[in-house]
Each structure stands twice: as structure tokens, then as C-alpha cells.
Ligand binder design. Sequence first.
Ligand SMILES: NC(=O)c1ccc[n+]([C@@H]2O[C@H](COP(=O)([O-])OP(=O)(O)OC[C@H]3O[C@@H](n4cnc5c(N)ncnc54)[C@H](O)[C@@H]3O)[C@@H](O)[C@H]2O)c1
Ligand SMILES: [Zn+2]
Length: 258
Amino acid sequence: MTHPQDQSSVVVPEPVVDAARGASRIVVLTGAGMSAESGIATFRDARTGLWKDFDPKDLASPEGWQADSDLVWGWYRWRAELVRRSEPNAGHIALARWQERAHVDIATQNVDDLHERAGATVLSHVHGSLFEPYCSDCGVRAQLDDAAMSEAEADQRVPPPECPVCGGLIRPGAVWFGESLPEDAWAAAEDAVRAADLVLVVGTSGVVYPFAGLPAIARSAGATVVEINPVETEVSDMADYRWRATAAVGLPALVAQL
Ligand SMILES: NC(=O)c1ccc[n+]([C@@H]2O[C@H](COP(=O)([O-])OP(=O)(O)OC[C@H]3O[C@@H](n4cnc5c(N)ncnc54)[C@H](O)[C@@H]3O)[C@@H](O)[C@H]2O)c1
Ligand SMILES: [Zn+2]
């Protein structure tokens, strides 16, 4: 059990504090580990009941959608419901506070809305958002209320809503396996790391490309790269400094020292 409120006992490595104090443009790249201490289910954990026998690729791919859109829509509604029942953690809140005092851009792989609910502005949801569904035919953004988007019972197939413009099916707003990233979201993230002098990489295993290439882009553009993760990852080699801490413990301790 960690006590994120008690920052006095957390030692922030000096090079990390120095880098953060000296930076004028900061980018924070976040992955699933950012939301782990909020209890957000991973792909694997969110496959219970009806969905337990399916591979993530059956639930999060264009082929899965073609095969059974009710199954996929039901699963995404359930995942959105799990997120709604969760709260931002002390790490999300610390980033929101930091944004009030410095130029801090957040680019996330997470499809949850916990950065926003902590009061932060997200520059880029590189892998889309659970809360931004759109038409699978004409692409128009769907305006769905909470009930339509997330209040599914567990274990339920749900037919997707129809597009008010063209009658096509409304699909989840997350990027699926095999799909390319939304161009604007990728360009915003890439431009931000190129302009940054400090890039923090928080809670990502660094295996999903092209997001996992951002630390290397940052580094070759001259930024200092700091990793915050309890374990070694595929992008650890890219970091100037590796801080073995969790998001909800490390980030509040760091921001408290600035
Ligand atoms: N919350 C979400 O929106 C969510 C959740 C699961 C998966 N996804 C998707 O799945 C893919 C997975 O890639 P990924 O790299 O984001 O996740 P990942 O699951 O591959 O890696 C998570 C990383 O977080 C680290 N970690 C675990 N607990 C941590 C903590 N408390 N603090 C800091 N780090 C911690 C782990 O060591 C690991 O390196 C992405 O494409 C993402 O869009 C999103
Ligand atoms: Zn449409």
C-alpha cells in the first residue's frame, strides 16, 4: 500500500529535479501505467464474462468489428463504465498542477479521461478516446450521452447506435490493432517532443509503435529524456535518467519540489 499524500518520504533523484527546474518546454508521454493506481483495467483484466474467451484482437480490430459489432460495442461500453467508476490518481493531479505553472504538454496512449478529470489539458490522445465515438462510414463525431456510451451491464452485447447523418454504425473512438493513428494527434505529439527540452516517459512499456518511437525522436532533437516506471522497459535505453517510481508516488513528489 502506498501513501501518495506523504511526499516527504519520497526521494526525487537530483538529476530529475534539476532537469525539471531547468526546462521551459516539457512533454509528458503517458501509458497504461499512468492509470494503474486508479485501478483501470488493462485489456486483459477487462475481458471477463462474455468477453473472456476472446482475444484482444477480436475485440479491438476492424476484423472483430466486422464479425460482431454488438460484441465489440458492448465491450467498449463496459470499459468506459469501468473508467467512469475510477478516479484520477495523485499523479494525474500533479500533472494538472504542473500545467498551471509551466508549459507542460501531455501526449497519452490512454483511452481513458483521467488526465482531463484531474483538471489537465491533453494535447494528444494518440490512440483515441473511449469517449469520442464516431461514425464508421462517414466519420462524423457522435454526440452520445453517458447512458448511451457507458452504462452497460457487464456481460452484454449491445447494438451500436446509428449515425444521424448517414445511418452507418457508430464505432468506438479508440484506435484498433492494425489501424493507423489519427494524423492530427500524431503530428501534435511529434511536434511537441521535437520542441521540448524535457520529455518524461511515464508508465509505458514502449512496445507499441509509433508511440514508442517518441522518446528517440525527442532525444535526437536534443531533449533530456527521463523515464518514470517501476521496471525496466523497451525504451529505458533511450532515457538519460531512469527513475524507478510509480506515477502516483513519483509525480506528486517531483512537482512538490519545483
Ligand atoms: N488506461 C488506458 O487507457 C489503457 C489501459 C490499458 C491499455 N491501453 C492501451 O494498450 C496499449 C498498451 O501500451 P502501454 O505502454 O500504454 O501499456 P503497457 O500495459 O504495455 O505497459 C504499462 C507500463 O506501465 C508500467 N507501470 C505499471 N504500473 C505503474 C505505475 N503505477 N506507475 C508507472 N508505471 C507503471 C509497467 O511497468 C509497464 O511498463 C496502448 O496502446 C494503450 O492505448 C490503454
Ligand atoms: Zn455517418
